[in-house]
Write a protein that binds this ligand. Structure first.
Ligand code: SIN
Length: 304
């Protein structure tokens, strides 16, 4: 157990840095750039029952301090992930991976999770009820406590693996949704997914994204994520993973002081592919400078 290690729902991570879903694929492109075994873990691309092509182009736009995406859950479908991606991943990644799951009905979430339950390399199921880019699924389950609980309960019934529910910031009261998930059997909460946003092209005078809106991520959303992590970690008794705009070792520490037991790094991977590795390597020196002996000891430390 090193000074960077943390516990996530009963599984020890060497460090709290998890590459966020949707920014790390199924790992293989990043494994060509660096040894991804240095990560705490990573959350693979949001996976659905059927393969999906995603939304029409353009589906990426830049913003000041962040970026917008409206990818629309492009993925090869859970059967291809099990048949191709996980066996490939096992060749270069020695740690449990986090499986990010999306769906368009409660039953679909449960079916995908049931298939992943049988996969030994999957350590945690991250149930994404917060994708803002699809209709009739994703975020529509994460904006109401009862729907959030229904998905959580259905998934809980088909798996013994830790269930982490990923929440949307596009709500008035995120605490009530987090509590509903905890009561329905979630083992952890991750937050925040992206913030619904848009851009308009001044030359065409039309929205930049074909889907009109997309999800904003990047440093611009960090203080918003931090505030929500603070509120949710106060209200639940299960571990909270903080994400939203983290791009430095200092951000990791700030998020943990707010109550996160681990963090996810998303958009920073798209700006600098080595971002997660760089953050992990920078942590010990930043901890020394701030007089932090080990990371476990600072979780929620700003609330003392
Ligand atoms: C997407 O595929 O549209 C992004 C995933 C998400 O925001 O949950």
């Amino acid at each position: 157990m090193g000074r960077l290690s943390v516990d996530l729902c009963g599984i020890e991570l060497d460090n709290p840095v998890i590459a966020a879903s949707g920014t790390f694929g199924y790992g293989c492109e990043f494994a060509e750039i660096y040894d991804i075994n240095c990560l705490g873990t990573f959350s693979f691309k949001g996976t659905t029952l059927e393969p999906r092509m995603g939304n029409p182009l353009p589906r990426i736009a830049e913003g000041r301090g962040g970026m917008l995406n409206s990818v629309g859950l492009q993925n090869p479908g859970v059967d291809a992930v099990i048949a191709e991606e996980l066996p490939r991943l096992a060749r270069f990644f020695r740690k449990p991976v986090m499986a990010n799951v999306s769906g368009f009905s409660v039953e679909e979430y449960a079916q995908v999770c049931e298939k992943l339950e049988a996969q030994p390399q999957v350590g945690w199921l991250e149930v994404n009820i917060s994708c803002p880019n699809v209709h009739g699924g994703g975020m529509s389950f994460g904006t109401d406590p009862e729907s959030a609980a229904a998905v959580t309960r259905a998934v809980r019934a088909v798996t013994a693996k830790p269930v982490i529910v990923k929440l949307s910031p596009n709500v008035t009261d995120i605490v009530s949704i987090a509590r509903a998930c905890e009561d329905a059997g979630a083992d952890g909460i991750s937050l925040i997914n992206t913030v619904m946003a848009m851009r308009i092209d001044l030359n065409t005078r039309q929205p930049v994204l074909a889907n009109l809106t997309g999800g904003l991520s990047g440093p611009a959303v960090f203080p918003l994520a931090l505030r929500m992590v603070w509120q949710v970690s106060d209200a639940v008794h299960i571990p909270v993973i903080g994400l939203g705009g983290i791009s430095s070792a200092e951000d990791v520490i700030e998020m943990m002081l707010a109550g996160a037991c681990a963090v996810e790094v998303g958009s920073a991977n798209l700006v600098r592919p080595t971002a997660c590795r760089d953050i992990i390597e920078a942590l010990p020196a930043v901890m020394d400078r701030l007089g932090i002996d080990n990371l476990k000891s600072i979780i929620g430390g700003a609330k003392a």
